[in-house]
Design a protein around this ligand. Sequence first.
Ligand code: SF4
Length: 343
Amino acid sequence: MIDLKNMTLDELEKFFINIGESKYRAKQVFRWIYRGVYNFKDMSDLKKELRSKLNDIAYISSLKVVKKMVSNIDETTKYLFLLNDDNIIEGVAMKYNFGNTSCISTQVGCNMKCSFCASTIEGKVRNLKASEMINEVLIMNNEYGKISNIVLMGSGEPFDNYEEVMKFIKIVNNPFGMGIGIRHITISTCGIVPKIYNFADENLGVNLSISLHAPTNELRNKLMPINKVYPIEDLMDACKYYINKTHRRVTFEYSLIKGVNDSIEICKKLTDLLKGLLCHVNLIPINYVDEIGFKKTDNNTIMIFKNILERAGITCTVRRELGSDIEAACGQLRRKYMAGRVK
Ligand code: SF4
């Protein structure tokens, strides 16, 4: 059986031609899928024989929500989804003044071993299929309200699942489907350098965000082991290539960890690294994770850090803390659910 949700419109057209049907049937089915109709018998503009043929050879996948936590502070909602093979992934829906944003997982777990992240503690289980990522967004779209922005910043490293992530982008961006604007999609990578070059060459117009978190190899090696494979110099070269190729700015994510990467000296090294680059810095007060024990930088230090960057001409925002009462940090809720500590 073939999952029609795991196909781009082009692939769906080829599928219909291969089964001896007209190409235009693909657009009809594609539209039904993204209107939330998953049963072929309800697709009223398909002839009866085609509906029964599809029933025999294809299906349209969905996910089950096993847990949902809603923040009393800001309505941020965290979802745990059950996959067909009994794995669990998580996604978060958040309200911003520019619309609802869906933060999705791209893998079950993660292999990247960033020291501040709960998603990686047990490593990667498997990559998600494009259809599974789409289902995360569709469920949030139906339950939370219209999703207008997607960030690939949940569990998993998107560039470690490159092909499926590119397919996902093509599907959600298609105007006959969800029609999420390409500029409303952001991919966040920990710095898989060869894929940044590939991504730049695709020139899709999707926003690129780099999880930087340290301005020196010495510190970044400790926080993010990927840096031992692709050191900061290589990462910066790849970012410059991306900027030259796409004429788009890069956002650098910088999680502030008390006593680790939040000193004035380190901030000055960060300004030296980024000065003159078409970029933006997003400072993130780190979420506390029991097993890791890193602590959040205090607000005063965050503002000093921000001011130093801005004085050097680097635009900078402090990410609003959302869902602090529902363990909205990457991987936290999934781990607690798996350990039986959240029912
Ligand atoms: S921060 Fe992202 S890349 Fe790093 S371990 Fe967590 S999920 Fe993986």
